[in-house]
Every structure is written in structure tokens, then in C-alpha cells.
Ligand binder design. Sequence first.
Ligand SMILES: Cc1ncc(COP(=O)(O)O)c(C=O)c1O
Length: 457
Amino acid sequence: MIHPPEPFRIKTIEPIKLIDRDKRKTALNNAGYNVFNIRSEDIFIDLMTDSGTSAMSHNQWSAIMKGDEAYAGARSFYRLAETMEQIFGFKYFVPTHQGRAAENILSSLLVREGQYIPSNMHFDTTDANIRAQGGLPINLVIKEAFEPTNHHPFKGNIDIEALRSFINNVGVENIPFGMITITNNAGGGQPVSLENLKLVSATYHEYKIPFFIDACRYAENAYFIKLREAGSETKSVHEISKEVFALADGATMSAKKDGMVNIGGFLAMNDEELFLKVKNMLILREGFPTYGGLAGRDLDAIAVGLWEGLDEDYLDYRLKQTAYLSSKLVALGIPVIAPPGGHAVYVDAGTLFPHIPQNEFPGQALSVALYLEGGIRAIEIGSVMFAHLDEKTGEVIYPELEMVRLAIPRRVYTQSHLDYVVDVFSKIKSKLETIRGFKITYEPELLRHFSAQFELL
Ligand SMILES: Cc1ncc(COP(=O)(O)O)c(C=O)c1O
């Protein structure tokens, strides 16, 4: 597979440097082997996340100069509101400083102790915000999502039968709202089909359960629908997106992904009563409803970025760049989740390191090896992030897959950067059996992967 030519040229640059191996070793020690604790200047290629790491366009930077910093009623807000109306079409929205703020407001207003929130798979912040209210996030993705070599085109789909029987079992009164994440970040960046979205919407609505979409990567999801789903080939990504959001009662979004900005998000909804409560909560936690914790200039950058995220030349390049990295790793014999997701390649670290058991964190071992061997930062999406205690039995529940996510920031890295990543994997491959697992020496109660400390075993 060839790397697609970038549909942009580079106008400004940010130097990066590969520090030597001894310094990388010291950096890891000082970080307690948690790559979140390493300084950015000590990272060569940063694939930790595609969130907030995009390069903005000249049009976004010009829009920033137009930012209206009025506390209330800023022009920037109304420019964003116009974009929101044209793309998402919900009756109401509030800006938030990022996705998790939207999740926090939604969960704290609607989730009560012991209630359930079904989804395909909740991402870590959504999971934690629901748990923080005493709620239980429930993942009902199709079983193919857990088969790393299965090339199912829409591995982010919800298992509709499982959803229906779940609702019947726990009772509608215990489900304040239902969700779906597009694309499914926790499950390999895999898309959800339009057909599945229609069925999910119909199911929730049959039971009168409000339906919220976690829309972080909705544009990549819509492009997958265009490429893979019969009946959508001739529609524009914008049209598909509108069709998707018309199925829902609201959405949370971190604009740091397909909004192509470094900060920002929103909570959107159709229910006026909920909107009034959201506005009050927003004033308490984030800011006045026409800025929601952001500067006016941030709102302008989002208003422009949301359109750029829907550009089909860009999306074509974006998905091909991810597929390029995936194909090179496959050719090297590195097990990756198939097919490649939109924003990231997910390496199956459990299969790569059969000698490291789940309680010694194979994904963590790979994330550390990538930094040590090549100054690459990537994030573990496995037991460090998702293993948890079953409150009833006291047993540790491990996730199905031990993955490491190589997330590709938007419009940032070129083919030679990705080829370098492949070379580092080749080095790691030559010493697989020497790589060891870890034990956790410190962990906070929620979202432990951000600040846990480790010891090499
Ligand atoms: C699917 C999904 N939902 C929610 C979030 C949270 O967004 P933020 O980091 O802006 O709070 C993320 C961030 O990575 C995500 O990938």
C-alpha cells in the first residue's frame, strides 16, 4: 500500500528531536514508567493521542484573529451556532472546554446511583463520568469487535439483540439515556454503520430512552459509511452526518478530534427542559452558555475546523494514512486489529507478547518499549486502562484485548515519520522475548492510566 500524498503543504514547522537512549531510559525511570509523565520535548514521535494534537489550517488561524472575547453574546458563538445548525441540526447546544466536560454535565444531570448507560463501548472519560455518579456504563458492541483478525466492516456496531434484552432485564426506568460512540475508540477506532445507528435509535426510542451520540470522530465514521455501506456511496459525508444526527436526541463531542482544534467540545440536545438544566450547570462549572469555558477565538477555530473535518479529500488521505501504517506493520508480522480504524492503528500487544500475562500489562510493556527503542509515545488501551474490580465478587475483570493505540494526529506527521515508527517496531520484534511486564506501585481510584506508577518485573 502506498502512502497518500498530503492534501496540504507545510507552512510552519515545529522542531522535534530524538534524545539518546540513556536519556530515554532516565526519562522513563523518572516517569515511573508512565509515558503520560514524560515531557513532550523528550518525545520524538508522539502517537499518544489524536485529541487536541491536530495542526490547524491557515483559515483556522485567521478565524482566531476574529475571535470576539465578549463575556456574553459573542459573535464567535453565533458563528459556531450556525455551523452547529448546519452540521448537527440539534435544537440546542452549549460549548464546553472539552468532551469530558459535556459528559460530566450530562451524567451529573441524568445519572442516578445504580442506573445503567448502554453503548457500543464507552471511552475512558465517559465510563468514568458515569461511574462518578454511581452509574454503570454497559458495553454492548458486537462480538466481532473482540476478534482482532476479523475484517468486519463495522466492528463498532451495537449488538441489537443484546441491547433489547439488556433493556428488558434491567428495566427502562433504570436507563436514563443510551449512547453510542462513533467511531468506537475503545474498540479499535472502528466505525458504526448507518443501518446499525438506525436500529439503535429505533430501539432506544421504542422504549422512550433518550439517545445521545458520542460524536468525537463522526466525520471519519461518516466517511467509512460512504466507503463501505451500500446505499451511501453517492451521498456526501456532510449528508451522511446529518442523517446520523437526525436519529439522535443529542450528542457529546470533543472537538479536539474531528473538530480539528486543540481545545473545545460541546453538548447538544433537542430537549428544552434538559437544555435549561444544562445551561445552569454549565454556568456553575464551565462558564456562560455563549462561551462555555472557551475563549471566543476557540469557538471560531471550531466553527472553521468542523467544516475542514468533513472535507472528503482530507478524509480520504486521513483514512489511507492510517491504513498505510497498519499495512506496513502487518507486513512486518506485528499483530494489529483489523481492519485499521480511522484515527489510529491498534497493536494487539497480548498476542505480540504471549509471555506477559494480563496482570503484568503487555500493552504497558509495549508502550515502554516503543519509547525506549525509538522515542515514540503511544497509549496502552488494555488492563491498565480498563481492568476493574467486580464489586460483587471482588475479582479483577480484565478487558478482552490488550492493545496499544498508535493514534495519528491530524495533518501533523508525514510518510517518513510513519516509516520510522515501522523501523522501531522492527527493532522491538528482534527482541520480543527480552521485553518484560510491569506491576503497578501507585494508582488513583478512577482513570488510573493517567497517573499510575509502575515497576519493571
Ligand atoms: C470517544 C471519546 N469520547 C470522549 C473523549 C473525551 O474527550 P476529551 O479528551 O476532549 O475530554 C475522547 C477523548 O479521547 C474520546 O476518544
